[in-house]
Write a protein that binds this ligand. Sequence first.
Ligand code: NDP
Length: 252
Amino acid sequence: TYPALAGRTAVVTGAASGMGAATARLLAANGAAVALLARREDRLKALADEIVEAGGRAVAVAVDVTDQASVDAAAARVRTELGRVDLLVNNAGVMLPNPIEDGRIDEWARMIDTNVTGALRVIRAFTGDLLAAAADGGAADLVDISSIGAHVTFPNYAVYGATKAALSHLSASLRTELGPRDVRVTNIEPGLTDTELGTHIDNAALSGELDGMYDALGPLAATDVADLIAYATSRPRHMNLRQLVVLPTRQA
Ligand code: NDP
């Protein structure tokens, strides 16, 4: 358990499934109030109900991070329902691999708009809250979920990897602006993790290749990454775990 999380106010994007849902559950179980953000409102509502039934505090806020008006509306609702946010987990993402010569500009645009510009829209919405919370002497955290794909190159994953490299760089750069004002920036780069991420792949051969990797490597569970997030954000506020790389033991 992480007693330091009690009383925190968190936003988790991509909370409809996978790492985001696991993180929201764990933060709430440790006493944080949690805003659940993603597009599938039915999933968010079911998770919010589950958290509230377990004695926690959660609110489901439907949002599409690729739509600026939707992010603005979601941020306003979060503030009305939960007040000032002091913990932001930027986790929403999509992974759509295909050979570069296929020229799938629709997929490239979706990945860039979700994984990079979407993350920026959410950072824009809540940075003021984080700075204010830190100025008042409390802990304040920005957590970005990047990927080992930011460093390791794979055929067919060029654009996904590029979006994650951008996000990792963004985390490092923002740390220079926010760290001196006591807002921690934690960048997490997981390897293969058992979630819904691969289910949107529009290429049977590449889906099969990914399934084979899951079978061979014994992936991380979403709860493993959630645990790292809870650990990092519950350290004393002068201590910043800046960069966490976590892979299944068998992933080379
Ligand atoms: P999931 O697909 O289970 O989760 C992704 C979440 O993002 C979903 O809840 C989805 O909800 C949400 N999302 C997608 N698009 C949008 C959008 N436009 N607006 C709002 N929310 C959106 O996969 P993971 O849990 O694995 O993914 C979480 C993060 O982890 C991603 O950034 C991914 O790149 C990263 N990652 C994953 C790895 C893995 O092996 N699984 C490895 C390394 C990094 P909805 O569809 O309802 O909007």
